[in-house]
Design a protein around this ligand. Sequence first.
Ligand SMILES: *Cc1c(COP(=O)(O)O)cnc(C)c1O
Length: 441
Amino acid sequence: MGNEFICGKSINAWIKEYPIIKDLVDTKEVFWLNKKYTNFEKAMNKISLGEDDVKDAEDRLLRFAPLIAKLFPETEKLNGIIESPLIEISKMRSKMETIFNTTIPNKLLLKCDSHLAIAGSIKARGGIYEVLKHAETIAMENDLLHIEDDYSKLSEKKYRDFFSKYTIQVGSTGNLGLSIGITSAKIGFNVIVHMSKDAKQWKKDLLRSKGVTVMEYESDYSKAVEEGRKLSNKNPNSYFIDDENSKDLFLGYSVAAGRLKKQLEKMNIVVDSDHPLFVYLPCGVGGGPGGVAFGLKLIFKDNVHCFFAEPTHSPCMLMGMYTEMHQNVCVQDFGIDNITAADGLAVGRPSGFVGKTLEELLSGIYTIDDEKLHSLLKNIRTEENIKLEPSACAGLIGPVKLMQNINSLKSPLYKDITTKLPNSIHICWATGGSLVPENTL
Ligand SMILES: *Cc1c(COP(=O)(O)O)cnc(C)c1O
């Protein structure tokens, strides 16, 4: 057990009020439906972010596309747009149906953010976006850049020299550091990545090979963030990318939704009230899955249901949203160790900003144990020849979890959703993996 009292209440009192906590403490798998989930229009009344903010992020990424194409030749094919494939995984589908003795309705798709250019993970969305936004802001403040310019000029030496006077810092379990470190260094910034003990050695090595300063901590992600924030605050020319609270990261992630909509249209897949979309997103601190889910809700409204996936040993977002204590609780308070092979999800304390923003928009959260992550990892490699990392596999089990708990969706909240299952579309968000070296799998 952790502390005797958590926010003034004993663990037993918490369990009495929130019975699922018992299973969380015992690190058993759970499926939590969000009782506060409500219709889109109503939920949006309480949220200060909206379509205009997402549009602003989309436009910014378009302005930067010529620069991205120049700095990262692997993005030339897509003209500097960093986007991942959406594919059907029918062999993996059969395999999962056999292993878990269930049927997955209609269409099962994999969103391969594992194969995003530059960072090889979902962090290529938020992380890169925030670095670019910061570069734009300071270049404009110094009259070096105007909105109508061709941004590819920023690759010239004089701009690199300018950016080298500035520092960017971030705390990370690994992938956010990769995405921000690689991009910042390429643009010319000084960059310091504060890595938690979960971060894999190859990620630190890769960053150092690109000129990034990596600081290592013997503690978890929250501590790495705290130390990074402190160090950054001491330097007026340093900018801290705050994974726990950043609206820019969140909006960078949200841009995925409009692009996914186009991909679905290209595949002739209709999403409407008779064809609901279910999306399963692996969740660490919450920014990545939160931003993507927010973008999806803006587009598909009540016709999309977003579920987060967390490891049984790091169910921080579930704990925060379920108890409504958000960033005021961490899993360690409840004696949960936050140790998991899903390093991208090894976060003990959730983002309060994300939890509150999605309070009435998120359909639910489930947890998955590490053993299943490993088996899914192996199976998707053999069945589909797709290389993922353990974190990414948390989303794969989503449709299975949904079908195993389908009775709980018969509540009035979800209207007649169960009758529409035969027409439903299921997207598992594969959040990382393509950069993982062969010998570490
Ligand atoms: C970071 C990460 C996530 C989750 O994103 P958060 O913003 O931390 O919630 C999921 N999968 C992978 C592989 C990641 O690196």
